[in-house]
Design a protein around this ligand. Structure first.
Ligand code: IPM
Ligand code: MN
Length: 362
């Protein structure tokens, strides 16, 4: 029996509701595949901060390094100034655990209606590899003459060759193993770099050079494409089928994956993983805390459930992960009325129950 020690950070807003369903479903898959999952909850986020003034301490960060993986719900609260919890908990975990990849599939599940007319699961099926520990998220900056008419603000976009290379190598490897050709869906495995080489000439110039050098020398079998980020946004809507694996910097990755999520039916179904290929990874729905739905039992847990599937796959438990994926596909095709909170046609816990039962009985 394989034993997995999972840290769970339910967090704020609807985070606890969705992580509870993800754990329920993961336990169902674990039971079927002879895996023992032990979960340990970490009280991090807004309530803890309001109570104690603490965000994520270095001690807790060290403790998290002792787990096989982390499942996170959502972090942030409307009554706490923006940035405190996001930087203090979520980003501190990503940076502190060196989770330099944020893997975000953009995938339309069967039965889910995309807002893009005429595009189905065959067309909306790609993965964004977002660099997760650099760029404007970690560049230095500050404000001077704050609050005056002469105020100046700087927030620099910094990338080292090392950061760019390790992200690109991950993306090339991912494209080689999981690209459309490898999945029997196309003639090539393709990696597209999304950047802004016509304006951010220094930073995306570096990305572009490294992309072509590494691609040519080490991944000649992976087809390379390049799109400016603004054009990529048009194509993600007009012709999403052109994308296979996409790689980009932190900020652009943040933005285009929300657009991608909208095309796949919304944040309720958009899963993600913050990955440290050599260390501890953290899986989380890419959406936020949904304050308007907190505590109502109406939030869609599928993004968290799919994040749990990604976790199991990353931990080498592919059959358990696939079982979850297949049960989710069954639920989106047969059971859900919509991906939107409050309109699913079932409650949050009923959604988790039906998927867990499908796994157990399937
Ligand atoms: C995300 C979120 C975070 C980010 C915020 C909450 C800091 O938008 O995971 O995409 O910008 O990375
Ligand atoms: Mn985001």
């Amino acid at each position: 029996m394989n034993k997995l020690n999972i840290a769970v950070i339910p967090g704020d807003g609807t985070g606890p509701e969705v992580t509870a369903e993800a754990v329920k479903v993961m336990q169902a898959a674990a039971a079927k595949h002879n895996i023992e999952i032990k979960t340990t909850e970490f009280d991090l986020g807004g309530q803890r901060y309001l109570r104690t003034g603490e965000t994520l301490s270095d001690e807790t960060l060290t403790e998290l390094k002792g787990y096989d993986s982390i499942l996170l719900g959502a972090i942030g609260r409307p009554d706490i100034a923006p940035g405190i919890l996001e930087k203090g908990v979520l980003l501190k975990a990503r940076f502190g655990l060196d989770q330099y990849i944020n893997l975000r599939p953009v995938k339309l599940y069967p039965g889910v209606e995309s807002p893009i007319k005429g595009k189905g699961p065959d067309e909306i099926d790609y993965v964004v590899v977002r660099e997760n520990t650099g760029g404007v998220y970690t560049g230095t900056g500050g404000n001077t003459l704050t609050g005056t008419a002469n105020e100046v603000a700087v927030q620099s976009n910094v990338y080292s060759r090392f950061q760019v290379e390790r992200c690109l190598r991950f993306a090339f490897e991912y494209a080689r193993k999981n690209g459309k050709k490898s999945r029997g869906k196309g003639e090539h495995n393709t990696l597209a770099l999304v950047g802004k080489t016509n304006v951010l000439t220094y930073v995306y110039g570096l990305w572009d050079r490294a992309f072509n050098e590494i691609g040519e020398a080490e991944y000649p079998d992976v087809k390379r494409e390049y799109y400016h980020v603004d054009a990529a946004c048009i194509y993600m809507v007009q012709c999403p089928e052109i994308f296979d694996v996409v790689v980009t910097g932190n900020m652009f990755g943040d933005i285009i994956t929300d657009l991608g999520a909208a095309t796949q039916g919304g944040l309720g179904i958009a899963a993600g993983g913050n990955i440290n290929p050599e260390g501890v990874s953290m899986f989380e729905p890419i959406g936020g805390t949904a304050p308007a739905f907190t505590g109502l039992g109406q939030i869609n847990p599928l993004a968290a459930i799919c994040s749990g599937a990604m976790m199991l796959e990353t931990l080498g438990e592919s059959s358990a992960g696939e079982d979850i994926e297949n049960a989710v596909k069954w639920a989106t095709a047969e059971k859900f009325e919509s991906m939107a909170a409050g309109k699913m046609g079932c409650s949050t816990s009923e959604a988790g129950d039906m998927i867990a039962e499908k796994i157990t009985s399937g």
